[in-house]
Write a protein that binds this ligand. Structure first.
Ligand SMILES: Cc1cc2nc3c(=O)[nH]c(=O)nc-3n(C[C@H](O)[C@H](O)[C@H](O)COP(=O)(O)OP(=O)(O)OC[C@H]3O[C@@H](n4cnc5c(N)ncnc54)[C@H](O)[C@@H]3O)c2cc1C
Length: 492
């Protein structure tokens, strides 16, 4: 079969791959996008961000309905039709992935369903369900093959009771009890879904806190609520063995805080991280090199050590997030098109879609401490927010991490209902090198949770409208911050 020719071949149709394909087509390139699924979407749309958020929305509705009793509205205990729930979630996925397939056609992107491997740096073999398709010769290639769930070899069981994020999202049923191994964001999001559906969920985490690496003041607000919705949160605890029994999986725990060393669970979900899909791609037939962590090594343009091959998204390094993949994809395409670009974000937002949500961007307090950087933190507690009070959700905080000498906003952290939407303003502030006065003097709509960002900036100056701390008035305030604040107020 004579090879087919394409200018740009993209392997993997996730948020990295399809965003790259669409921009490349918009820039006039001839593009072939290859993925194993019938439509683009990748992990994000088929078995990640989108189905999990659809289910978390249902969980939120259930929780809100339960909490409504506090406001004088009592609903009957909900009945859950798991089949219908699954159908709805699948319809969401189908709608979005079908839409992406349609956008491919409209943009003239050739979509090939199959598994691609490199024969050499500019030739791809594509295996389809009908056998090998004609080989594809390309001028440039982008690897966007994503990642897969990490497994624990000593805890592998061939049992439908053992779940990973993909099988947990399939909601085969609502188990009576579920153990989530791993207190990271995927484990907590999935655990929250099942807890809302009525499962007794226990979480086990080997380190001393949930969401390792995230600022503790944010996590503490989440932990407090999860302690009410989950059956148990076991910290400093490791799972050392699992055995299937007729009624469930018997799990053996070890750790200083372990109270019951063995417990039986209907199901166990392993959510201990993800590994890049850099194996089995024929990269050994190219000069592409991997990092010690198994990611594809890339430069600021996302070019690999093979000059015509680029890599983006989960396969090209942390953080493994959809929006980071898409942004990298656009950088890589612009680099291929000859534009002067680099992937140099100051703020890649991260959101944990639990209840409350946790979101952060830019510099965190934890990171500042590790790097020995001098920072100032301005916190606005949601107990002082009118909007949070109307929602009966005062369990939140918005904080700014600032450079004390210039008042520049270096990072933003938020815990609270809707934090994932609010963090976008923080990203803009960090990327635009905004000062505390920029946020403090921008009029925010009332009553909204977005006001907490404005008031956190006011706290920096010791004068937030809804937080009264007379002794906190900054006598040592950076002149640039106060001067610009006072000056702008006068001129305004
Ligand atoms: C449960 C869960 C929830 C998540 N929630 C969020 C969230 O809320 N927000 C967020 O930002 N991120 C979230 N993520 C992470 C997010 O899904 C990933 O960061 C994102 O999908 C990475 O995009 P990507 O383009 O690198 O690759 P992927 O989305 O992983 O797509 C890669 C695609 O490449 C295909 N592929 C692999 N090898 C080949 C090959 N050889 N040939 C052809 N095709 C191939 C795969 O089948 C896949 O379709 C979540 C992940 C999970 C598992």
């Amino acid at each position: 079969m004579p090879p087919q020719v394409t200018q740009l071949a993209i392997i993997g149709g996730g948020p990295g791959g399809y965003a790259a394909a669409f921009l490349a087509a918009d820039l006039g390139m001839q593009v072939t996008l290859i993925d194993q699924e019938p439509n683009p979407g990748g992990v994000c749309l088929y078995r990640g961000c989108i189905p999990s958020k659809a289910l978390l929305h249902v969980a939120k509705v259930l929780e809100d309905a339960r909490q409504a009793t506090n406001w004088g509205v009592t609903f009957a205990e909900p009945t859950i039709d798991v089949g219908k729930l699954r159908t709805w979630k699948e319809a969401v996925v189908r709608k979005l992935t079908g839409g992406l397939g349609d956008l491919c056609k409209r943009r003239g992107v050739t979509f090939k369903q199959g598994r691609a491997t490199f024969v050499d740096a500019t030739t791809l073999s594509v295996q389809t369900t009908q056998g090998e398709a004609p080989r594809l010769t390309c001028t440039h290639a982008i690897v966007a093959t994503g990642s897969h769930p990490t497994t624990l070899p000593h805890l592998t069981l061939d049992s439908p009771r053992l779940l990973d994020s993909t099988s947990a999202l399939a909601i085969p049923d609502i188990p009576r009890t579920l153990l989530v191994i791993g207190g990271g964001y995927i484990g907590l999001e999935m655990g929250s879904v099942y807890a809302a559906l009525g499962t007794e969920v226990s979480v086990v985490e080997m380190t001393s806190g949930l969401l390792p690496g995230v600022d503790r003041d944010l996590v503490n607000l989440l932990s407090a609520r999860l302690k009410q919705s989950m059956a148990a949160i076991m910290l400093n605890t490791t799972v050392v063995a699992m055995h299937e029994e007729p009624n469930g999986i018997r799990v053996t725990f070890e750790g200083s805080e372990v109270q019951k060393p063995q417990q039986l669970f209907d199901k166990v979900l392993i959510a201990v991280g993800r590994r890049p899909n850099a194996q089995g791609l024929g990269l050994e037939n190219t000069s592409v090199e991997l990092t010690p962590g198994g990611f594809i090594m890339v430069d600021a343009q996302r070019r690999t050590t093979a000059p015509t091959i680029y890599a983006i998204g989960d396969v090209a390094g942390e953080p493994m997030l959809a929006h980071k993949a898409s942004h990298e994809g656009r950088v890589a395409v612009r680099a291929i098109a000859g534009h002067k670009v680099a992937f140099e974000p100051h703020a890649i937002p991260a959101v944990v879609f639990t209840d409350p949500e946790i979101a952060w961007c830019g510099l965190t307090e934890t990171q500042a401490k590790q790097e020995g950087r001098t920072i100032e933190v301005a916190r606005f507690p949601w107990g002082a927010s009118g909007r949070a009070t109307t929602l009966d959700r005062n369990d939140g905080v918005t904080k700014l991490i600032l450079d004390p000498s210039t008042s520049r906003i270096l990072g933003v952290g938020i815990a609270g209902s809707g934090a994932g939407e609010l963090i976008a303003e923080g990203v803009l502030a960090v990327e635009m090198a905004a000062l505390a006065s920029d946020l403090a003097l921008s009029i925010h709509p009332h009553p909204t949770l977005s006001e907490t960002l404005m008031e956190a900036a006011e706290v920096f100056f010791g004068q937030s409208t809804h937080v009264y701390r007379p002794q906190r008035r900054r006598s040592d305030a950076p002149r640039v911050g106060l001067a610009s604040l006072d000056g702008l107020e006068e001129s305004g």
